[in-house]
Design a protein around this ligand. Structure first.
Ligand code: SF4
Ligand code: SF4
Ligand code: FES
Length: 243
């Protein structure tokens, strides 16, 4: 049985590429349809690889194939997902596969995630200590460790931030759900000692407060994480600290 997949093609540099197929040339984006032989349990990533066998100029990112590396975020039938853990059987045909929304397209399904990573860096996603470091590890109770569940599992795939309208319009000013989840991950960590500085850095109308709790981010997270809840917890902590 074959399945029909329509994929977004955009190859701004293809005019100069001697290997580009005639169907892949031209700087305007278009959708191209392929027929792919479906195997039982086939994931969308395998279908994209089968397309690549038909047209080697087709570009998309992927690596682990296990939902771990976070590199193969795409938009399938209007919903952001990781191609490697999305069964094609769950997608209505013809399957429409586009790049993650709101990011500049480099080529086909490959988008420029620079601003996404800049926002991640901006929240200083690492422990900040003021006390001298102990000889060995910084100890943490099991209860405090549990507070990080649902936060540390983020694989930075960007499915959430690129589903967030506030991030589409302000990717340079709003941190976006992925970075804010990481901000809370370190605010919630009993070993971190920079709560005040972290909260001060989130002040203003954009970085945190541009979130309008629409919850697109929660719906698409392939790891089942809840950035909206994390954002709410940051806001609560801000309120607590201000009284
Ligand atoms: S809840 Fe906030 S962060 Fe999540 S999609 Fe909506 S505006 Fe974006
Ligand atoms: S919170 Fe979920 S959707 Fe967002 S980057 Fe992390 S794993 Fe991906
Ligand atoms: S290929 Fe690594 S998460 Fe899908």
């Amino acid at each position: 049985m074959s399945i029909t997949i329509s994929v977004y093609r955009y190859q701004p540099d293809s005019d100069s590429g001697s290997n580009a197929s005639p169907s892949a040339t031209g700087a305007k984006p278009y959708m191209q349809t392929f027929e792919v032989e479906a195997a039982p349990g086939m994931m969308l990533r395998e279908a994209l690889l089968a397309i690549k066998e038909q047209d080697e100029t087709f570009a998309f990112r992927h690596s682990c194939g296990e939902g771990v590396c976070g590199s193969d975020g795409v938009n399938a039938n209007g919903t952001n997902c990781l191609a490697c853990i999305t069964p094609v059987a769950d997608l209505k045909q013809p399957i429409q596969v586009r790049p993650l929304p709101g990011r500049p397209v480099i080529r086909d399904l490959v988008v420029d995630m620079t601003q996404f990573y800049e926002q991640y860096r901006a929240v200083e996603p690492y422990l900040i200590r003021k006390d001298p470091l102990p000889e060995q590890e910084i100890r943490q109770s099991p209860e405090d460790r549990e507070k990080l569940d649902g936060l540390y599992e983020c694989i930075l795939c960007g499915c959430c931030s690129t589903a967030c309208p506030s991030f589409w319009w302000n990717p340079d000013k709003f941190h976006g759900p992925a970075a804010l989840l990481q901000s809370w991950r370190f605010l919630a960590d009993s070993r971190d000692q920079a709560t005040e500085e972290r909260l001060d850095a989130l002040e203003g109308p954009y970085k945190l407060f541009r979130c309008h709790s629409i919850m697109n981010c929660v719906e698409v997270c392939p790891k089942g994480l809840n950035p909206t809840k994390a954002i709410g917890q940051i806001k609560e902590l801000m309120l607590e600290q201000s009284v």
